[in-house]
Design a protein around this ligand. Structure first.
Ligand code: NAD
Length: 399
């Protein structure tokens, strides 16, 4: 849900009228009554909630049918993955809309409170840790009992970004012994600060722009797989979270590596929606192979919708504060964050990679922001079906 009742109340206090589609928050456990108490208007359906809206906040991009219901000239804030959704962008531009995609947010300190990719990655990492514990037929913690001593589970986390660090913290809280690996050099200290051991492969590190990893060559990945095989074989649980913005997720665990794992081992693949870090992963399914369960997590934030929405909604409210002054829509188009996230401005596609995907000249700039710290490999430059997957709540989006 893009706006939870608590945030709706703050917006209303700030002079903004908030309209919500009836039942939109139900799946995330936010009943209509709470929105009414917050001072929002609950409309019977999406079309009436949208009528007269100056700004529409959503989780997922609208469908073409939903675009048709948007008021002309509306401002839209959402996860959009615009390069992967050119037809939607075209339809929004035809409506004279102004469109902000939160997956393009520049990674600068001032934008952290609006960083929806990070807030949802936090939820995903936590969910990955829990899913691993649920699927393993062993304890995570060590137990010393009268019947004997149970050793702690051995967990290997691959990819120690926002989600990976949260998976490490969750597995550690449950008592597992955790090892973790990442291609970025900066990850080592963060892994160690959570009480996990950093796995050194002796490979060259691969830091890209904006804190993201660079895409690795096929040779690099093959060497990495070879060196990681023993680590994978020794683990009860492997949690994979590795992503490269704009690319399919790198394959870290091959079928052969799975065959080397012990009976009952578990792999939780958090990158399943963007191709998977394990060759055997299927998004949204548990695959059983050679005694190993491969859990292809799909849209993990949707399985913890209350707090996923709580965090996303805070991100939205902090972003709206850049667009609205004294209750009036007045975006500062020169602001690095406003400019960096803007895909379409008043009907003109201004995001370079999206304009290129549509065969258009971008209105006024070449890339996601052109500003330091964001880099040309910003997450919006997605190939279809790849990249960091935003949450996929199909319910409860209208607000
Ligand atoms: P992400 O979701 O794009 O990728 C997840 C992790 O996978 C990354 O740590 C990446 O290095 C790793 N990875 C990629 N290929 C790999 C491979 N072959 N083997 C092992 N690991 C591989 O990344 P993310 O979590 O969104 O962000 C990465 C970092 O960016 C974070 O650690 C964080 O410190 C930083 N960050 C900064 C800001 C900010 O400054 N505002 C905001 C968010 C994140």
């Amino acid at each position: 849900m893009a706006i939870v009742p608590e945030v709706a109340a703050k917006l209303v206090t700030g002079g903004i009228d908030v309209a919500v589609e009836a039942g939109a928050g139900a799946a995330a456990r936010f009943p209509d009554e709470e929105y009414r108490r917050a001072g929002a208007t609950v409309e019977p359906d999406a079309a009436s909630a949208l009528r007269g809206a100056a700004v529409v906040a959503r989780v997922q991009p609208p469908t073409l049918e939903e675009v048709a219901d948007l008021p002309d000239g509306v401002s839209l804030v959402s996860f959009l993955q615009p390069v992967a959704s050119p037809e939607i962008v075209r339809a929004l531009a035809a409506k004279g809309a102004t469109v902000y995609s939160l997956d393009l947010l520049p990674r600068i300190s001032r934008a952290q409170s609006m960083d929806a990719l990070s807030s949802q990655a936090t939820v995903s990492g936590y969910r990955a840790g829990l899913a691993a514990a649920e699927h393993l037929a062993k304890f995570f913690p060590m137990f010393m009992t009268a019947a004997g001593t149970v050793p702690p589970a051995k967990v290997l986390v691959m990819g120690a970004g926002v989600a990976g660090l949260q998976a490490i913290a969750t597995a550690r809280r449950l008592g597992a012994v955790v090892r973790a690996y990442d291609v970025r050099a900066a990850a080592k200290e963060e892994v160690q600060s959570l009480g996990a051991k950093f796995v050194e492969l002796g490979l060259e590190t691969q830091d890209g722009a904006g804190g993201y990893a660079k895409e690795q060559s096929a040779e690099y990945l093959a060497r990495q797989q070879e060196l990681l095989a023993a680590e994978v074989a020794a683990a009860d649980v492997v949690i994979t979270t590795a992503q490269i913005p704009g690319r399919a997720a790198p394959v870290l665990v091959t079928t052969e590596m799975v065959e080397g794992m012990s009976e009952g081992s578990v792999i939780v693949d958090m990158a399943a929606d963007s191709g998977g870090n394990c060759e055997l992963s299927v998004a949204g399914q548990d695959v059983h192979y050679h005694g190993v369960t491969v859990v292809g997590l799909s849209n993990p934030p949707a399985s913890m919708p209350t707090h996923a929405s709580f965090l996303y909604s805070r991100n939205i409210a902090n972003f709206l504060a850049l667009l609205v002054k004294d209750g009036e829509l007045a975006p500062d188009t020169d602001d690095e964050i406003v400019a960096g996230t803007c895909v379409v401005r008043d009907g003109t596609v201004v995001h370079g990679p999206t304009a290129a995907a549509l065969g258009l000249d971008s209105g006024d700039r070449d890339g996601p922001t052109g500003t330091e710290g964001t880099g040309a490999e910003a997450p919006g430059a997605e190939a279809p079906g790849s990249g960091s997957a935003p949450p996929d709540n199909t319910e409860g989006q209208g607000s």
